[in-house]
Design a protein around this ligand. Structure first.
Ligand code: GRF
Length: 209
C-alpha cells in the first residue's frame, strides 16, 4: 500500500498536529506529512512542524487578503504536494467549497463535541465547552468526521463520549475532551491511511478486522 501524503491545516497551538506527527514517527500511521498550512502567522503549530522537519506555510489574511487568491494558493500547494488526505486539526476557518469538492471524502476534521450536538457555525474552541456546560448535558465528547460543504455536517468516522462532572469548568472540560481528541484524530488518520474507511452516503463503514 502506498504511503498517504498528508496536509495538516491548523490555526493555533497544534497539539492535535503533534499527535499525528508522533504516530507517524512511532510507525502507527502509514503516512507522511508533506505540508502544514496555518491560517495564523504566529501559530505554535508551525514551530512544531519546523522541529520535525516538516514544511510549514502560513497562508492567511495577512499575506493573501483576497479570499479567492488565498484559496487558490492553498489548492495550488495541495496539488504540488500531491496530497491524498487533508487533516483539519484546529483549523479555525470553514474550508472553501472548491477544496471540499476536489478532495471529497479525503478531508478529516476533529470537533470537540458529540456531533450533531454543539457544532456548526459559531461552535469552535472554548465556545463549544461553554455551550455544553450552559445546557447542562451529562455527556459530551469528540468526533472525527469527513468534511462536506456544511459546517460540521459530514459523515462521522469515530466518536467517543466524555462525562461532564458538576464541578467541570470550560478549562477542565476542554482538557478532558482534548485528551480524547488526541486518541481519536490519529486513529481516524491511521484508518484512512490503511484504506479502512468506506463512505456509504452519511454512514462510514470501518474495516476493523
Ligand atoms: C481542539 O480542541 C480542536 O478540536 C478544536 O480546536 C482545538 C485545537 O487544538 N477545533 P490544537 O491546536 O490541536 O492544540
Amino acid at each position: 500500500m502506498q504511503i498517504k501524503r498528508i496536509a495538516v491545516l491548523v490555526s493555533g497551538r497544534g497539539s492535535n498536529l503533534q499527535t499525528i506527527i508522533d504516530n507517524i514517527e512511532n510507525g502507527s500511521i502509514n503516512g507522511s506529512i508533506e505540508v502544514v498550512i496555518s491560517s495564523q502567522k504566529e501559530a505554535y503549530a508551525l514551530e512544531r512542524a519546523r522541529k520535525h522537519n516538516v514544511d510549514g506555510v502560513y497562508i492567511g489574511k495577512g499575506n493573501f487578503p483576497d479570499i479567492d487568491e488565498r484559496n487558490d494558493k492553498i489548492i495550488k500547494l495541495l496539488a504540488e504536494k500531491e496530497i491524498d488526505l487533508i487533516v483539519l486539526a484546529g483549523y479555525m476557518n470553514i474550508l472553501n467549497e472548491k477544496i471540499v469538492r476536489l478532495y471529497r471524502n479525503r478531508i478529516i476534521n476533529i470537533h470537540p463535541s458529540l456531533i450533531p450536538s454543539f457544532c456548526g457555525r459559531g461552535f469552535y474552541g472554548e465556545r463549544v465547552h461553554k455551550a455544553v456546560l450552559d445546557y447542562g448535558v451529562k455527556l459530551t465528547g469528540a468526533t472525527v468526521h469527513f468534511v462536506d460543504e456544511g459546517a460540521d455536517t459530514g459523515p462521522v468516522i469515530f466518536q467517543k463520549a466524555v462525562e461532564v462532572d458538576f464541578d467541570d469548568t470550560v478549562e477542565t472540560l476542554a482538557k478532558k475532551v482534548l485528551k480524547v481528541e488526541h486518541k481519536l484524530l490519529p486513529l481516524g488518520v491511521k484508518f484512512f491511511c490503511e484504506d479502512r474507511l468506506r463512505v456509504h452516503g452519511r454512514r462510514v463503514e470501518i474495516d476493523d478486522k
